[in-house]
Design a protein around this ligand. Structure first.
Ligand SMILES: [Cu+2]
Length: 381
């Protein structure tokens, strides 16, 4: 027999009446499983203080490969297979192993970073993850799908075979996707890629306030810091999680990066590598999308005045935010900062020819001292 329990989930901000959800229970003080199609676990809020349930909810994340709920015909699809073998040679000759996602429809094998996803506002998107070995997820960072499709294992499940995430972006801007299993390690290992949401006009156009403006050229810069110890091929892929709840295994207590990259290219090759260094013509309007993929804070200086139009995928002065924000200018040479995972979209209009450096200092996120440096260039002809 089952009885029911009522749990206050949240207060309605308009009516101030609490929203009550009724969850069937088995009457025992255990993790309860809803008998829905996906069979996802439900933990009542009051139970989370219980040590056993904390462990179940926070540590022993469920593995599953359910059908996608409310699946509809998508406008665009992506497939991402997990790989664990991208070896990047550093300037000192040392080879560092990265993990990531590869697109089986592409000829490029074992890329780092993972291949870009590019969609338009309002499209229904399917991302099919083939986890293959062990479990992983894909979290489309900054996008707001349902919990099933959010790719956060602790609030849904980790994929050990195949799952199709269904999502729909509503706001043009710069995002990224990454594995959200044992995130601190899997992200550091390279399981991320950029995710661009274009306005309905498509690539080559960007929202600026209430307008949609064209741009001539685009760069996506992802500064990153790498601690080679975290990339040891023999590493346990759940390392760090083993602290759950209080075992005596190895943990990722220290992060001491010694290599610094932009978009997968190690510094100082970032100064000239065409995957990073930007070439443009005088008078062109250039869109720079900068994502902090490092664990340190990144201080950026641009050689031209920067028209900041979007933060974290949210358009400044746009339809949703116009009452509270507007685009603003950062003068050439003035620093600005991005914390981990932050994105900043800026438009520049180079007004003189030459090659100009773009320095980025990577700072310790607590102490603030600079522990790394990457640099690329903008060449205007
Ligand atoms: Cu992963």
């Amino acid at each position: 027999m089952t009885d029911t329990a009522t749990t206050e989930v949240s207060a309605d901000p308009v009516t101030t009446e609490p929203f009550i959800c009724t969850i069937p229970t088995d009457g025992a003080n255990q993790l309860r499983t809803l008998s829905d199609e996906a069979g996802l676990p439900v933990v009542l809020r009051d139970d989370i203080a219980d040590e056993r349930h904390f462990e179940a909810f926070g540590c022993k994340v469920r593995d599953a490969n359910p059908e996608t709920p409310d699946r509809v015909v998508p406008d665009i699809t992506f497939v991402r297979d997990v790989h664990t073998g991208a070896d990047v040679t550093m300037p000192d000759g040392r080879s560092i192993r990265f993990w990531g996602f590869e697109d089986p429809r592409s000829r490029v094998r074992r890329p780092f970073p993972s291949p870009m996803m590019r969609v338009r506002e309002g499209q229904v998107v399917h991302t099919t993850l083939n986890a293959s070995k062990n479990t992983h997820t894909i979290h489309h960072h900054g996008i707001e799908p349902t919990p099933h499709n959010d790719g956060v294992g602790h609030t849904s499940f980790e994929v050990d075979d195949v799952y199709t995430y269904q999502w729909r972006p509503t706001s043009a801007g710069s995002y990224f996707y990454h594995c959200h299993k044992n995130t601190v390690l899997h992200f550091e290992l390279g399981m991320y890629g950029s995710l661009i949401v274009d306005p309905p006009e498509g690539e080559g156009f960007v929202r600026r306030g209430n307008d949609i403006v064209p741009y001539d050229r685009e760069a996506i810069w992802i500064p990153d810091d790498v601690d080679p110890l975290w990339h040891d091929p023999e590493i346990d892929h759940s390392l760090g999680m083993n602290a759950c709840p209080f075992d005596q295994g190895q943990h990722l207590l220290h992060f001491r990066p010694t290599y610094f990259l932009i978009s997968g290219v190690p510094h100082p090759w970032t100064r000239t590598d065409p995957r990073v260094a930007l070439q443009c013509q005088l008078g062109e309007r250039v869109l720079l999308r900068i994502l902090n993929g490092a664990y340190g804070t990144v201080e950026v200086r641009l050689p031209f005045d920067a028209d900041v139009i979007s933060l974290d995928g949210q358009v400044l002065g746009g339809p949703k935010t116009g009452r509270y924000s507007r685009p603003f200018t950062i003068p050439a040479g003035e620093p600005f900062w991005l914390s981990n995972a932050q994105r900043r979209d800026v438009l520049i209009a180079p007004d003189r020819t030459g090659t100009f450096s773009v320095p980025m200092d990577i700072r310790h996120w607590v102490r603030g001292d600079t522990h790394g440096h990457v640099e690329t260039t903008i060449t205007v002809s």
